[in-house]
Design a protein around this ligand. Structure first.
Ligand code: ADP
Length: 679
């Protein structure tokens, strides 16, 4: 026994090339087969030959009881099915033929009835659809069986039915050679001839129906009924298709929304980046596009970087590339209209063919069909979703695809805002915690710093009060110590309040365009008036033609004064101090205060900016100071976006304090600087 590799339908179409196969839904074939079988059951005079081939045992089992009844009408009944569990070759009520699962018969559905008065047949082969496509295009509630489709022949043409019978009998004989005499008898009864492959193109002329019995033509009513059934089935499939589309859309939106809601393991909402990663992947997979992009872009931004990408295999990645938004006519259109843009064919759409910039993008990204959907939140543009088809032929965008992406864009917009709000809240919390820590630190340190001079004042005053006999010189020392310490306390409290208001952001900055030269002059005059003792020479190297700077004048003078005060304090009178300023780049000026004083050890260059950092303990200090000056300077400089840092070659090798300050943007005739007044 050899298994045929060719389907019965192919053999039939080869033998009768003029036959045109048609498409049948499973429901139509079931109805047709039942109608054909019913005819046999209803007729008591004809004893036809009936051959039924079921693909699978389970399909046969559903009909087994009918076949028992049919077998009472005729002894020429042959039932074929694939060998699965207990379906075997047997001669019972009728002949059963178990064919191999590998046999093409297992993909076919046949019913052939050859009677004396009529002949009819269904010879069909199942059409297998792409399983992922079938699954995704059908709602989960839909019985997949109903969507099965077959192609083949249904006819009451005697010639065709005879040919089909011959072909099937040959297959039966192959599996059950012992039936040859029974089959021979059938051939004799109905005028069939054995199927011969080599002569397959020769069509057997069927034995004419007996005299007086007309062959029955296809009943026009049955034909209409089948057409009606087919149309109904088609409509049903279409309806199911649109329900499926809706269901798919909901499932996708839900899966993304729930992924976003589920968030991270910590129970906190996802980070915006994670939201976009999930969305781009799900969307790309669901719509089977070549490329799906999501990137953040606000209406006022000039560039956007492609951060999230889904790619079909073998499609070029464009992740990480930067888009110039102002030269992107479609992006500008999105900002204006806040609506999606669907371009079915970039080679035929005026919007792309008329723009050089877009043509460049089309080529760079190999774009054939292009869908751009804005991600909005309350009309604010947060980003963009793009879908690309890159193939040879265009992919016209379907309404349902566009609405799906738009719906998702709405969800993404809301999720992004939610995630951002949460992140801001987190930030704020962290800031509050930091502030709280700072406050506790400050209270502890300030308490200590204030207690030291206060104790000195107390001791001095107590001694003065309790020792009336104290010598005059000692009284003077006591009094001047108490006075200088109370002055130190006043300064400490003042610096402390300044630093607190700077750190808590309560300071109102009044930025203006200023001449650095004038600010330096003002700071110098302050320093000179403050430091009474002999002090080192201060040289200014600030060029007159330096551009104006942009800062709050009072605070700028404060920084320069503090740096000059420090340099004066820590440099012996014979030393030198220089204040210089140069343009660092087109946006920044760098100011440097250099001294030849006691210098700073390498490991302490950062520490000096800490609150209350002083090299020697307050009691051993020979020069005044609160230890808050540089901390205040750092707050002021970072307030205008600058940097401040110290440099020193080491102990006794002088120090350099640098800070940067932004250059004012001068449009045309900028009025010369406003006069800076003393605070
Ligand atoms: P202070 O009121 O003590 O000057 P600052 O915050 O201004 O407080 O400075 C902190 C410390 O940094 C100083 O006590 C000193 O040890 C060191 N320092 C600041 N400026 C100089 C400098 N020009 N040369 C050497 N050391 C300096």
């Amino acid at each position: 026994m050899s298994i045929s590799t060719v389907s019965v339908l192919s053999d039939l179409l080869n033998a009768i090339p003029q036959l045109r196969p048609q498409l049948y839904f499973k429901a139509s074939l079931t109805a047709l087969s039942h109608a054909m079988e019913d005819r046999v059951l209803a007729d008591n005079t004809d004893h036809p030959l009936l051959i039924a081939s079921f693909q699978r045992e389970r399909y046969y089992r559903q009909e087994a009881h009918r076949y028992k009844r049919i077998a009472q009408k005729t002894d020429q009944v042959y039932v074929l099915s694939a060998l699965e569990t207990d379906f075997t070759n047997a001669s019972g009520f009728y002949e059963t033929i178990a064919f191999d699962l590998e046999d093409p018969l297992s993909q076919e559905w046949h019913l052939v009835i050859i009677g004396q008065q009529y002949a009819t047949c269904v010879v069909c082969r199942e059409r297998f659809m792409n399983p992922s496509k079938t699954k995704s295009s059908l709602p989960s509630t839909f019985d997949v069986d109903s969507s099965r489709q077959f192609e083949g022949i249904w006819t009451s043409d005697r010639t065709v039915s005879f040919k089909a019978a011959e072909l099937l009998l040959a297959r039966i004989l192959n599996y059950r050679p012992e039936l040859s005499s029974k089959i021979e008898q059938a051939r004799d009864n109905f005028g069939l001839s054995p199927y011969n492959k080599r002569k397959s193109s020769k069509i057997t002329k069927p034995k004419p129906a007996p005299v007086g019995v007309s062959t029955i033509d296809l009943d026009p009513f049955v034909e209409r009924l089948v057409t009606y059934l087919q149309a109904g089935q088609y409509k049903l499939l279409k309806a199911y298709g649109s329900i499926a589309e809706q269901e798919r859309k909901e499932r996708l939106v839900n899966s993304i929304t729930s992924a976003i809601r589920r968030g991270s393991n910590t129970g906190q909402p996802l980070h915006p980046q994670e939201i976009l990663s999930i969305a781009v992947e799900e969307l790309g997979l669901a719509l089977l596009v070549c490329r799906c992009l999501i990137y953040r872009a606000g209406a006022t931004e000039t560039t956007a970087t492609i951060t999230h990408e889904f790619l079909k295999p073998e499609v070029k990645s464009i992740a990480g590339q930067t888009l110039q938004l102002q030269q992107h006519p479609l992006f500008q259109l999105i900002i204006q209209q806040k609506e999606s843009i669907a371009i079915d064919d970039t080679q035929a759409d005026d919007r792309t063919t008329n723009s050089v910039a877009l043509q460049e993008l089309v080529e760079r990204f190999a774009l054939r069909s292009w869908l751009i959907v804005p991600v909005l939140y309350q009309s604010r543009l947060l980003g963009v979703i793009e879908l690309h088809h890159c193939g040879e032929s265009p992919h016209p965008w379907q309404e349902n695809e566009i609405s799906l992406v738009e719906e998702l864009a709405t969800q993404i917009g809301a999720a992004l805002i939610q995630a951002e709000a949460y992140a801001n809240l987190e930030d704020l919390n962290q800031q509050l915690e930091a502030l709280d820590r700072t406050r506790s630190n400050l209270i502890a340190i300030t308490g200590h710093e204030l207690r030291t001079p206060l104790s000195t004042i107390q001791v001095c005053l107590e001694s003065l009060a309790t020792e009336p006999d104290m010598p005059w010189e000692l009284r003077e020392v006591m009094l001047s110590t108490a006075l200088s310490d109370s002055e130190r306390m006043r300064k400490l409290v003042q610096d402390f309040l300044t630093l607190s208001s700077l750190e808590s952001g309560q300071v109102q900055w009044h930025a203006e365009s200023l001449s650095l030269e004038e600010c330096v002059e003002l700071a110098l005059s302050r320093t000179r008036s403050r430091v009474a003792m002999a002090q080192p020479k201060i040289t200014t190297q600030v060029l007159e033609n330096l551009p104006l700077v942009r800062a709050d004048g009072d605070w700028l003078v404060e920084v320069i004064s503090k740096l000059l005060d420090n340099a004066s304090k820590f440099t012996p009178p014979q030393g030198e101090i220089t204040i210089s300023a140069v343009c660092r780049d087109r946006q920044t000026i760098e100011v440097t205060v250099t001294d030849t004083g006691r210098g700073i050890e390498n490991g302490r260059l950062e520490l000096v900016f800490d609150r209350f950092y002083q090299e020697e303990a307050s009691l051993r200090r020979t020069v005044g100071g609160t230890g808050l000056g540089l901390a205040i300077c750092r707050q002021i400089v970072t307030g205008w976006g600058g940097k401040i840092w110290a440099e020193s070659e080491g102990k006794d090798r002088g120090s350099k304090f640098h800070f940067t300050i932004p250059i004012a943007i001068t449009k045309q005739v900028e009025p010369r600087s406003k006069k800076v007044t003393k605070k």
